[in-house]
Write a protein that binds this ligand. Sequence first.
Ligand code: NAD
Length: 480
Amino acid sequence: MKIQNYINGEFLPPIANGWIDNYNPAIGEVYGQIPNSTKEDVEKAYEAAENAFASWSNTTLATRSKILSKIAELIKEKLPLLAAAESKDNGKPISLAKTIDIPRAAANFQFYANAITQFSSEAHESIGLNAVNFTLRQPIGVVACISPWNLPLYLFTWKIAPAIASGNCVVAKPSEITPMTAFLLAEICNEAGLPKGVLNIVHGLGTTTGQAIVEHPNIKAISFTGGTKTGAHIASVAAPMFKKLSLELGGKNPNIIFADCDYEKMLATTVRSSFANQGQICLCGSRILVEEKIYEKFKKDFIKKVSELKIGNPSEENIHIGALVSKEHLEKVKSYIDIAEDEGGKVLFGGNKVTIIDCENGYYLQPTIIEVKSNKCRLNQEEIFGPVVTIMPFKIDEEALQLANDVKYGLSSTLWTNNLKRTMQFSKQLHTGIVWVNTWMLRDLRTPFGGQKASGIGREGGFEALRFFTEPKNICIQYE
Ligand code: NAD
């Protein structure tokens, strides 16, 4: 099947007729093709967005809200189709696509359908000067949304929904590795009555299509989620043009476990936070730090639970771990396991590729637990982004905090304790954008979402995203 670009409400092939193969990671075979769009396609998408802007930015909030709600409704209606497409494109278990990815994509639209009707700006009265200031928050114009492959529709819509809710028109690019649900979303947008040109989706490689979007002089803001290296590159291209940037980048998140935690809840959640979506979630807790007192017990129990996870064809309902997203990614993740021993680490569980009957060429890897001696090793310092976690013990709070913060990344952290004083001390001192205490990945869409340090700049979520996608303007009126 050939996916098409979505420009001005129409489905179009790439102008230069360049195509890229699309793989099904469960079986390691090509099952379709996607456009490798060039500068010309991006220009066409930009023009469609620019033409739609005057009208869309003047559309009432009630109308915008209604269209976004309709998109949410249609996503829910088409959940089985979208979940199957996501699982096939990405390798994730169908159960995960059905319960997390697709419901969240619908929730993103529903949330911003409501949020835009509640968004407000400030007024400041300059007392004694007979003046009043108010802040106009106006849409920026044409903006770009670029997203990664790990949670394809979930993260794509997390950007698009606030961008269009606040009156912008969008040129968007999903990952070339997982383009299918973005393509299906385009059909949904037409069905929901989204006016032509408000959302335009161009498919293609980061280095061609993505680069053309970032370089476009009139695309004024870029909301990007992806790797830290790509984020740095995009910042270097965008900065001289003074584009507004939101960058959600990589992570190397600590999962800090104290002996006084609710042990069973911690254990079950830690299995999830380590290996959900084959460990390919930027929020996964890939460095597990355990208080020495319970270290040996945790090690034993954790290995047992992880050994019970079922790896298999992602289209089957009862599996826990599907395929990694691509052959290249599988090799990258495996290369970290291969250096474990040279780095003084010991593979406690897993470490091998897995062959699944009838899916012999799929990209499967065992969930892998590596015990490390130091936080300085590459396994603990570099983002692996696969089903690989490291574990190491710590003795006291200060040591745990120091280890947790001793990486270049700062996306999220998880803390397991029932001690209130410790909870507050860690919450204040952890250098991460999100701190989960006695839970993981509990998301309230009103909260600010994003990372510190090399995990990015800016925040998504709630009104933060609406602030990003609008330009504040101070109006000062003096009266007699
Ligand atoms: P990636 O950086 O390779 O690609 C992300 C997107 O950027 C893709 O659409 C890609 O085509 C595009 N791209 C690549 N080069 C580009 C360029 N020069 N100009 C413009 N666009 C370009 O990332 P990935 O491998 O798809 O995703 C995995 C990474 O994403 C991991 O590092 C993960 O931690 C991160 N991530 C972060 C968050 C977060 O919220 N912080 C969420 C999910 C994933």
